[in-house]
Design a protein around this ligand. Structure first.
Ligand code: PGA
Length: 251
C-alpha cells in the first residue's frame, strides 16, 4: 500500500507571535510545491493567529498537547473539546519531553488519546527509547511496551486516525540522527507489531514518522526507507528554508 508522506513541524516553546506568523506566511507561499501532507504545531497561544494566516491553506494545524481531563477546574489546561472547537486537526501525545519533564506516563497518555479521538482530533503518538535502553539492546521491547501501554483496544476507525512518531530520545535535539538502517529496523518492527495488535491491513495503512535531528541533509535518505512515512521535525522546522527542504525531500 502506498502511504502519502507526512511532514510535521513541532515548534515546541519557540518563536513569538510575529515570528510564528512570519514563518507560517513564508511556508504558505510554497504550498503549490507540496505533494505530501504538511502540518504545523505552534504553541497554543499562537494557534488562532497561525490558523488565520493559513486560512484556505493546504497546511494543517495541530496542538502540542491537550489535557487528560474532559473539562472543569483544571487551571491552565486546554481540553480536547476546546481544540476541536477552534478547528484543530491534530494533536501530539506522548512526546518524550513531556514524558520526561512533566512525568506523563501510561495512564495520562491513554486518557489523552481517548479524549483526542472522542473529539475528532487525530493524535500523533510519540514513542522512542533513551540511549541507555538502546545500549542494552532493548529498544524494540521498549517501544513495544509504549505501544501496548496506550494503543490497545481501539476500533479500526480509531486506530486508523492515529499516526505514530518514532523518536529515539538520544536523537532529539542532539544533532545525532538514527542511521537509515536503525530507523528502518525500528519502523518495520513498529509496523509488524501494529499488524500483531490489529491487522496487516491497518499496519500497512498507518503512517509512522521519524523524529530526531532530521535535517535537510539527512531527510531524503531517511524518507526513502520503505517504512518511514515522513518526519516529525523540531529544530529544523523553525527555519522556513530548512523545513521546505525537508518537505521537498519527502516527495
Ligand atoms: P528535533 O526534534 O528535530 O529538534 O530533534 C524532534 C522532536 O522532538 O519532535
Amino acid at each position: 500500500m502506498k502511504r502519502k508522506k507526512f511532514v510535521a513541524g513541532n515548534w515546541k516553546m519557540n518563536l513569538d507571535l510575529e515570528g510564528a506568523k512570519a514563518l507560517a506566511t513564508e511556508l504558505n507561499a510554497h504550498t503549490g510545491e507540496f505533494h505530501c501532507d504538511v502540518a504545523l504545531f505552534p504553541s497554543y497561544v499562537f494557534l488562532a493567529e497561525v490558523q488565520h494566516t493559513l486560512k484556505h491553506s493546504k497546511i494543517r494545524l495541530g496542538a502540542q498537547n491537550l489535557s487528560y481531563s474532559e473539562n472543569g477546574a483544571y487551571t491552565g489546561e486546554v481540553s480536547a473539546s476546546m481544540l476541536a472547537s477552534i478547528g484543530m486537526e491534530y494533536v501530539l501525545i506522548g512526546h518524550s519531553e513531556r514524558r520526561e519533564y512533566l512525568n506523563e506516563e501510561r495512564d495520562v497518555l491513554c486518557l489523552k488519546l481517548r479524549l483526542a479521538l472522542k473529539y475528532g482530533l487525530k493524535p500523533i503518538y510519540c514513542i522512542g527509547e533513551p540511549a541507555s535502553v538502546r545500549n542494552e539492546g532493548l529498544h524494540k521491547e521498549f517501544v513495544r511496551d509504549q505501544m501496548e501501554d496506550c494503543l490497545s483496544d481501539f476500533t479500526t476507525e480509531e486506530i486508523s486516525n492515529i499516526t505514530i512518531a518514532y523518536e529515539p530520545i538520544w536523537a532529539i535535539g542532539t544533532g545525532v540522527t538514527a542511521t537509515t538502517s536503525q530507523a528502518q529496523e525500528m519502523h518495520e518492527y513498529i509496523r509488524q507489531h501494529l499488524g500483531d495488535m490489529y491487522s496487516e491491513e491497518i499496519a500497512q495503512r498507518m503512517r509512522i514518522l521519524y523524529g530526531g535531528s532530521c535535517k535537510p541533509d539527512n531527510a531524503k535518505e531517511l524518507f526513502l526507507c520503505p517504512d518511514v512515512d515522513g518526519g516529525l521535525i523540531g529544530g529544523a522546522s523553525l527555519k522556513a528554508a530548512d523545513f521546505l527542504a525537508i518537505i521537498e525531500a519527502a516527495q
